[in-house]
Design a protein around this ligand. Structure first.
Ligand SMILES: [Fe+2]
Ligand SMILES: [Fe+2]
Length: 293
């Protein structure tokens, strides 16, 4: 079944693909092969699992899912300027496939909130996003609204290589390749260990596979940009270093309560260590080293 691969196999495959260097055409072909439907998932068992979870773990899991839901919506509305700014037609085609993916991811999380969490007032996407808004952690607001928001706004009117490289570093390397992959990897590891939420796990696996394609695409765009102008590696390094507080802020649980992690069998440090290992591997695939990372 397409949703069955273990998350570490998907992520190891990403690093192998980055090592040998996939083409834009290969990313497009993978996108065509790896289609899935957020609409077709049947959450009946997941709804029972949610009820059995109990109020504390429901609260912890809902916080995690909230960060993903708002994140997917934020990256959906942020991507169009990247499509405009990319210099190569192959890059624009691959980014256009990604735009469809991000929209599907937002709808997937809308369904999780409607059919599993049982969110009131979630009949439209806008209502569901408003209903979860207060639970979005301040670090996620900083990374998505301010850091990614600023990079995206610049790209709307500035299609220079410097603006594109800084935007792709925030979007593909930090938001996706560091924060999202780390969160998805740990959520999927927990779901598999506990044998819970089969439809949510299937959707999360598809999302992670999509995200690994997006990260691959971002690495390719950065690699091509640096090959054309080596000075652009300084823009990548500077963007990474100035964004680290925002990246770390996304991991801050409500009231600093580590139960939001430990209830799932890992610590906040486990996720942070995994996230920065992932970032290092992606930077090395671009050919950039950042001291202190
Ligand atoms: Fe996504
Ligand atoms: Fe993505």
């Amino acid at each position: 079944m397409p949703g069955d691969g273990h998350v570490d196999e998907i992520l190891d495959d990403l690093d192998r693909t980055l090592g040998r260097g996939a083409s834009y055409a290969e990313i497009f072909a993978r996108w065509e092969r790896q289609q899935w439907s957020a609409t077709d998932l049947d959450f009946a068992r997941d709804r029972d699992d949610w009820t059995a979870l109990g109020p504390d773990r429901q609260r912890y899991l809902r916080w995690v899912l909230t960060q993903f839901f708002q994140g997917e919506e934020a990256v959906t509305v942020s991507l169009a300027p990247f499509v405009d700014a990319a210099p190569l037609p192959e890059q624009r085609v691959a980014l256009a496939t990604q735009l469809v993916d991000e929209a599907r991811h937002a709808v997937f999380f809308q369904r999780v909130f409607g059919d599993v969490v049982g969110l009131d007032g979630s009949s439209s996407l806008g209502e569901a996003l408003s209903a979860i808004g207060l639970d979005v952690t301040p670090g996620s607001r900083l990374l998505f609204d301010e850091v990614l928001g600023a990079a995206t706004e610049r790209l709307r009117s500035d299609h220079s290589p410097d603006a594109l490289v800084r935007g792709v570093t925030v979007y593909h390397l930090l938001v996706e390749g560091t924060v999202a992959l780390a969160g998805q990897r740990h959520v999927l590891d927990w779901l598999r260990r506990e044998g819970l939420f089969p439809a949510m796990g299937e959707g999360f696996t598809h999302v992670t596979r999509d995200e690994s394609r997006h990260v691959n695409l971002g690495v390719l765009i950065l690699r091509d940009a640096v090959a054309a102008d080596a000075a652009l590696s300084d823009a990548i390094v500077e963007t990474v270093l100035t964004s680290i507080p925002a990246v770390l802020g996304t991991l801050e649980p409500p009231d600093g309560d580590d139960a939001y992690y430990e209830a799932f069998g890992f610590t906040r440090e486990d996720v942070a260590v995994w996230a920065f290992d992932s970032l290092r591997r992606k930077l090395s695939a671009v050919g950039v080293t950042v001291d202190g990372i």
